[in-house]
Write a protein that binds this ligand. Structure first.
Ligand SMILES: [Mn+2]
Length: 349
């Protein structure tokens, strides 16, 4: 039995991307979702598992029609989905009445139910959110019922306000695979057994790292999973260590070079660290060389020549202040206080 597990597609979101991309980003979420569906078709995947938050908010009727059109085009793949905390089943939700294609199986109940696919000897379990928050650890008591040879749990949450998940309880639940959603970072909760697919595309500037989906196979009770990179863009938070030889011009060239190497499509946040020339004033706005830089933080320190400053200021407060830090360790809080203090004293002179 071969499956693809996706989560947190967040269709309808308008990610806080750089101004250069904010207009195309909502469409890209749809395109990547469409790409996953076409992979299911070309590879004749048996099951597509959608572990919640397919939509960023209450889905519009036309959005459901669009999704259903894509999913109904699948000639072989069965689709199972649950609603998460973002697309929870509200009182007036179109999820309540929507007529899905016959290969689509929503588990839209507030308590666990399951669907059995006899031809795959597989059962998929899950429940949906009916409110933005569910604080009960509802997965703790869920158990595989032996409804089929292969049993899968679709689950959404794992933090305090969204169904806290206890690993030990999950381990005892008896499933062959737990397809998790909600946490946007792809990772194994329990190796190969309980896996967060991560958001299909990053939807927030803090969704750093690779994004895509999980492709897996269950054979004779053995699960193999693999992460497939799929997202069109990645958010990168990078630290640049400057040195006193650098000017604004060289830093600008450096940033351009990094963006070229790491991908023009990606979205960047830079933090400058290290020692800059004491005469160099860093203006982050002057370093915004491309529309896909979301921010630049200056954390550099002026490279003061402490020996020279101490000599020149032997008779005043600056010299005495430097003297207090004699022998302080590199990178220590004391050293930081030394540089901050000297800067303040020089500026107030
Ligand atoms: Mn969620």
């Amino acid at each position: 039995m071969r499956f693809i597990h996706i989560a947190d597609v967040h269709l309808g979101a308008e990610p806080d991307a750089g101004s250069a991309y904010s207009e195309v980003r909502p469409r890209e979420l749809w395109e990547t979702f469409g790409k996953v569906v076409s992979i299911c078709e070309t590879e004749q995947i048996d099951l597509l598992l959608i572990a919640g938050d397919l939509f960023h908010r209450q889905p519009l009727l036309r959005e459901l029609k669009e999704v259903n059109y894509l999913l109904s085009s699948l000639s072989h793949t069965k689709v199972v989905l649950i609603a998460g905390n973002h697309d929870y089943i509200a009182a007036g939700s179109y999820y309540r009445t929507f007529q899905w294609g016959e290969n689509v199986y929503p588990l839209f109940e507030p308590e666990v139910t399951y669907v059995v696919f006899e031809e795959l000897d597989t059962a998929v379990y899950g429940f949906s959110y009916f409110s933005r928050e569910v604080r009960e650890p509802k997965y703790d008591s869920v158990k595989a019922q032996g409804a089929a040879g292969c049993e899968i749990l679709l689950a959404h949450g794992g933090d305090e306000k969204h169904v806290p998940i206890h690993r030990s309880a999950l381990e005892r639940s008896g499933f062959d695979y737990v397809a998790l959603g909600h946490i946007h970072r792809q990772h194994h909760l329990i190796s190969h057994y309980a896996v967060y697919a991560g958001a299909l595309e990053p939807t927030d500037k803090n969704d750093t790292g690779h994004h895509g989906f999980i492709q897996g196979e269950i054979q004779n009770g053995t699960v193999r999973t693999e992460f497939i990179l799929m997202a069109k863009r990645e958010y990168l938070h990078l630290v640049l260590k400057v040195n006193p030889e650098m000017t604004m011009g060289t830093i600008r060239t450096w940033i351009r070079q990094i963006i070229k190497e790491r991908g023009l499509e990606n979205l960047y946040q830079f933090t400058l660290k290290g020692f800059r020339d004491a005469d160099l004033a860093i203006e982050p706005e002057g370093l915004m060389v491309s529309g896909n830089i979301l921010g630049i933080t200056d954390g550099t320190r002026a490279a003061y020549d402490m020996n020279r400053l101490s000599e020149e200021n032997r008779d005043n407060l600056i010299g005495k202040y430097i003297g207090l830090f004699d022998g302080c360790e590199e990178g220590s809080v004391e050293e930081q206080a030394l540089y901050e203090g000297v800067r303040a004293l020089l500026e107030s002179r």
